[in-house]
Design a protein around this ligand. Structure first.
Ligand code: NAD
Ligand code: MG
Length: 328
């Protein structure tokens, strides 16, 4: 594994150069503010009609229309939703300066060939392993969120240096930057969010809730057991892995974990994980998601509405409204 820390980075390659941040959502806002506070010259590119324009200006940033923002840029960071990046690239390509560097926070558009960059451009990835809010908060506290770095195309011979300087500017080098490839970052990121982080864990929670409620237990008690308390366990895992969790839970919980966990996530779930991974690797997932996006996201909205109508949402909202300390 190749790991870079602040000592390995020479930020002077970005001094007095313009960094254009396209998009001002979760990642865009965090990157733009961190880079500005690190002393870099940042321009935010947005649609005039979009809701983020006023917000970025109120945050003290220099904002321009997308095509204008790209002019004069050394690095152009694509921090819009992945499905928008293809048409965005087509709209701004003519304005991209010679030998500039395109930077992505997730490899989707490049790995699945949504964008085929002009011959003269560098193409790099700096992917923070955390949401934008955390990237900003950690930076403000003097820390950083670890990042992955990858170089797809190095035309200028300094693509890696530029990417690392950007990573340092957003605070990521304080925590360490691990070298990867666009393929590895894209495929593992998609797999993680589908099988474990988002898809896997929410399905596990809802199935656990339904199992208890169908057996006649109170929904409120079920909610506390399978949703609320998840955070306590995840915090232990995050801080100290399986060892810390085992140190803090009871022996009864640990024995139940070891005996019953493999029954719930058994051969069938492992086979499903492999199938999910091969859909990601062979491009099936990407093809279907792009088609869904191009068709207007009706199935996306239908499925999300169904999730949000689930009884666990109503029970959860009622209980959380009594917990003043939660941000809800
Ligand atoms: P987001 O949805 O939070 O923000 C998108 C922003 O893009 C909007 O605020 C808007 O300013 C702009 N935008 C939307 N539609 C646009 C259009 N048609 N034309 C121009 N601009 C438009 O996005 P995000 O979650 O920050 O994701 C940005 C990138 O970062 C993606 O590649 C994503 O995969 C990656 N990423 C996200 C996270 C995360 O936690 N959210 C983590 C790592 C990497
Ligand atoms: Mg789900």
């Amino acid at each position: 594994m190749q790991l870079y820390s602040e000592a390995d980075v020479d930020i002077s390659c970005l001094q007095d150069k313009q960094i254009s941040i396209l998009g001002y959502g979760s990642q865009g806002r965090a990157h733009a503010l961190n880079l500005k506070d690190s002393g870099f010259n940042v321009v935010v590119g947005l649609r005039r009609s979009g809701a983020s324009w006023a917000k970025a200006e109120a945050d003290g940033l220099h904002v321009k229309e997308l095509a204008e923002a790209v002019k004069g840029a050394c690095i152009i960071a694509f921090l819009t939703p992945d499905m928008v990046q293809k048409s965005l690239y087509a709209a701004i390509e003519a304005e991209i300066p010679d030998a500039a560097t395109l930077l992505f926070a997730h490899g989707f558009a490049i790995h699945y060939q949504q964008i085929e960059p002009r011959e003269d451009l560098n193409v790099v990835l700096i992917a923070p392993k955390g949401p934008g809010g955390l990237v900003r908060r950690q930076y403000e506290e003097g820390n950083g969120v670890p990042c992955l770095v990858a170089v797809d195309t190095d035309k200028s011979g300094e693509a890696l240096q530029l990417a690392l300087a950007y990573a340092a500017g957003i605070g990521g080098a304080r925590a360490g930057v691990i070298e990867t490839t666009f393929a590895e970052e894209t495929e593992t990121d998609l797999f993680g969010e589908q099988a474990v982080l988002c898809g896997g864990v929410t399905e596990l929670i809802v199935a656990g809730f339904e199992t208890l409620v169908e057996a006649g237990y109170q929904p409120e008690v079920a909610y506390y057991e399978v949703m609320h308390e998840l955070k306590l366990i995840v915090d232990l895992l995050h801080e100290g892995g399986l060892r810390k969790m085992y140190e803090f839970i009871s022996d009864t919980a640990a024995w139940g974990d070891m005996i019953s966990g493999p029954r719930v996530v058994g051969d069938e779930s492992r086979a499903a994980m492999k199938a999910v991974l091969s859909d990601i690797q062979d491009g099936t997932f990407a093809r279907n998601w792009i088609a869904e996006s191009e068709a207007g996201m009706t199935e996306f909205k239908r499925r999300m509405d169904a999730d949000l109508q689930h009884p666990i949402e109503k029970v959860g909202a009622d209980l959380r409204s009594r917990m003043d300390w939660l941000e809800n």
